[in-house]
Design a protein around this ligand. Structure first.
Ligand code: AMP
Ligand code: MG
Length: 521
C-alpha cells in the first residue's frame, strides 16, 4: 500500500509507517551522502514495552495516537524491526565532532542514536531518532544504550520545555526493556524516539572543518540553509547569514532558559542545535533554591556549565561554529587573494558574533520584565530584576515559586507579599526589594488582577523538578508507568493552576537535596 506524505498514517498500519520512515525525500539529511553517516540497524532490544507516549507528538506527526496500543509499536520504536529494512533505507548514525568542556574532543558522532527517517505532516517534516538503540561506529567506549532513568527524564523534559514555549526537540515515546546495562549500578535499558526538524549540531560543521573538507562543509551548510533558513540565500553572504541566524537563535534560546531557571548541564558544541533547539537532555535541571552558580551536572566539577555561565558559554560555542564556517565565508567578496579574503571573513564573523550579547541582553530583559509583570518600559527595570535575583540568590529562594507568587504582590500595600516573602531567609532584604517593586508597579496602568493574570502566563507553576522526575522513575522501575503519564500531563499545562496537582508545585522535599545527576546516562 502506498502512502502519501501529507496524510496521517492509519492506526493499524505500522508496516506502512516503517516503509514511509525509510524513504528519504529530497532535501533530507539522509541525501547528503555516505560521508555524513553510517547506515546500520538497531541492536535488538529484548521484550520491549511502552513506558511513555505523547499523543500530542503523535498527532504532530500525523499518527493516530491509538498506534501506541498496537502490539507492534514497541517492536518498531525499539528499533527491532530495522534489521529487516532494505539497505538503502537503513537507519543511520551521523558523524560529528565537538568541543567538550571547552576542549577540542575530535570525532564524536551519534554513539547511541539512529535516525530512522522522516515523517511529513501539515506542511512540516520531522526527523525521528531512536536514542539508546545500540552501538554505532561512533560509540567509542560506550555501549550504545541509554538507561530507563535518563530516557524518562528526556521524554518528560522535552515535552515540558515545549509547553513552556521553549524551542526543543520533542519525544514521541519511551520504550523500555529489562535488558541490563551497567552504569554506577546495573540498570535497565530504554530507547527514546526523539523528534525534530533537524538534529544538525554545531559539531557537524566543526567535523568537516576539522577534517578539511570544505566541499562537505558547504553541502551541509546548503542543506541547512535550503531547508530551514531559506532567507539566508538572499543575503549578501549566505554562510555569514547562516552564522548570524544560528547565533541569534542561540541567544534567544539561552535567554529563555535563564528566565525559567533551566540548566542544560552539558553545553558542549556537539550538544548545540543549528536550529537553536534545546537538545540532548542529560544531567539538566531546573534550579530549585536559586543559586546563580548552580551546577546541575555532578560531573562538571569546574562549574563550566553553571546557571550564570550559560549565556557566556553559548556565545563561546557560537565562536566555534564561526570558526568552522570561516572557509565558506567571503567566497563571493570577489577578493582573489586568499589571505585578504580570510582577513575580511574574520572581520565579518566578529561583527556577527558581537550580536550575541546585543541580542541576549534585551531578550533576557524582556523576559524578566514580563516575569515581573511590567508592561511599560522604564530605565531601572533591568536593575530591579537583577536585584531580585541577587536577593533570591542570597536567600536561596525557590526560583519557580518566587516568580509564581510574585503575582500576588499588590501595587497598593504589602498585604499580598506574605507567600513570596516566606520563601526568603532574609525577609528584610526581600521587603526592601518589594518596596522598590511596589513603587515601580505604581507607574503601571494595569490593575493588580490584570497584571497577575499576565504574570501567571509567563511564570510557570509547574516545572520538571528533579524530585518529580525521580518519583516517576522509581515507580517506572517497578513497572508502574502511570506517574510518567500523570507528570507529563501536568507539565503540558505549566501555567494553569491545576489545583488538584498543587503537590507538584510544592518546594522540593528534603531528600531531593541528595539527588545527584551526572553525565552517566
Ligand atoms: P553527550 O555528552 O551525552 O551528548 O555524549 C557525548 C558523546 O558520547 C556523543 O557522541 C554520544 O553519542 C556519546 N555517548 C554518550 N553515551 C554513550 C553510550 N552509552 N554509548 C555510546 N556512545 C555514547
Ligand atoms: Mg550529545
Amino acid at each position: 500500500m502506498s502512502f502519501s506524505r501529507s496524510e496521517a498514517v492509519p492506526a493499524d498500519s505500522l508496516p506502512d509507517l516503517a516503509a514511509t520512515l525509510g524513504t528519504p525525500v529530497d532535501g533530507a539529511f539522509a541525501r547528503l551522502g555516505d560521508a555524513f553517516f553510517t547506515r546500520l540497524p538497531a541492536a535488538p532490544l529484548p521484550a520491549p514495552y511502552v513506558v511513555g507516549f505523547s499523543d500530542e507528538v503523535a498527532r504532530m506527526l500525523g499518527l493516530a495516537p491509538s498506534i501506541a496500543a498496537d502490539p507492534g509499536f514497541a517492536e518498531l520504536f525499539s528499533g527491532n524491526r530495522t534489521r529487516d529494512w532494505p539497505s538503502h533505507a537503513m537507519p543511520y548514525a551521523s558523524v560529528y565532532s565537538g568541543h567538550q568542556f571547552g576542549v577540542w574532543a575530535g570525532q564524536l558522532g551519534d554513539g547511541r542514536a539512529l535516525n530512522v527517517g522522516e515523517l511529513a505532516h501539515d506542511g512540516r517534516r520531522f526527523e525521528l531518532q531512536l536514542k539508546g538503540s545500540g552501538r554505532t561506529p561512533y560509540s567509542r567506549m560506550g555501549d550504545g544504550r541509554a538507561v530507563l532513568r535518563s530516557s524518562i527524564r528526556e521524554f518528560l523534559c522535552s515535552e515540558a520545555m515545549h509547553h513552556l514555549g521553549i524551542p526543543t526537540t520533542r519525544a514521541l515515546t519511551v520504550i523500555g526493556s529489562d535488558a541490563p546495562v551497567i552504569r554506577e549500578e546495573i540498570e535497565t535499558s530504554a530507547v527514546v524516539t526523539r523528534v525534530a526538524e533537524s538534529f544538525v549540531r554545531f559539531g557537524h560543521f566543526e567535523h568537516f572543518f576539522a577534517s578539511d573538507r570544505p566541499d562537505l562543509l558547504r553541502a551541509l551548510a546548503d542543506h541547512v540553509i535550503d531547508r530551514f533558513y531559506p532567507a539566508c540565500r538572499d543575503a549578501g553572504d549566505p554562510y555569514l547569514a547562516l552564522l548570524e541566524t544560528a547565533t541569534l537563535r542561540t541567544a534567544d534560546l539561552v535567554a529563555q532558559w535563564q528566565a525559567v531557571g533551566f540548566c542544560h548541564g552539558v553545553m558542549n558544541t556537539d550538544n548545540m542545535s543549528i536550529l537553536g533547539l534545546t537538545i540532548d537532555y542529560g544531567p539538566f535541571g531546573f534550579v530549585d533554591g536559586f543559586d546563580a552558580g548552580h551546577v546541575c551536572n555532578h560531573s562538571d566539577q569546574q562549574g563550566r556549565y553553571a546557571y550564570r555561565m550559560q549565556p557566556r558559554i553559548a556565545h563561546w560555542n557560537c565562536y566555534c561554529l564561526a570558526q568552522a564556517l570561516l572557509p565558506l565565508i567571503g567566497l563571493n567578496h570577489g577578493i582573489a587573494d586568499d589571505d585578504a579574503r580570510a582577513e575580511r571573513a574574520v572581520e565579518d564573523v566578529q561583527a556577527v558574533l558581537a550580536k550575541f550579547p546585543e541580542r541576549f541582553g534585551p531578550a533576557f530583559e524582556r523576559a524578566m520584565r514580563a516575569k515581573l509583570g511590567l508592561a511599560l518600559e522604564r530605565d531601572g527595570d533591568a536593575a530591579l530584576a537583577n536585584q531580585l535575583l541577587e536577593v533570591m540568590h542570597a536567600s536561596h529562594a525557590d526560583f519557580t515559586l518566587t516568580f509564581r507568587h510574585l503575582s500576588r504582590v499588590s501595587k497598593h500595600d504589602a498585604r499580598g507579599d506574605t507567600t513570596v516573602r516566606d520563601l526568603f531567609i532574609d525577609r528584610d532584604a526581600f521587603d526592601r526589594w518589594a518596596n522598590q517593586y511596589r513603587a515601580r508597579l505604581s507607574e503601571e496602568t494595569r490593575d493588580d488582577a490584570a497584571r497577575a493574570a499576565a504574570m501567571n502566563r509567563v511564570n510557570p507553576k509547574y516545572v520538571l523538578r528533579n524530585h518529580l522526575a525521580e518519583v516517576a522513575i522509581r515507580r517506572a522501575k517497578e513497572k508502574d508507568f502511570s506517574e510518567v503519564e500523570r507528570l507529563a500531563q501536568v507539565l503540558r499545562r505549566p501555567f494553569d493552576e491545576q489545583t488538584e496537582y498543587d503537590a507538584y508545585a510544592a518546594l522540593p522535599p528534603d531528600w531531593a537535596g541528595s539527588l545527584e545527576v551526572s553525565c552517566s546516562s
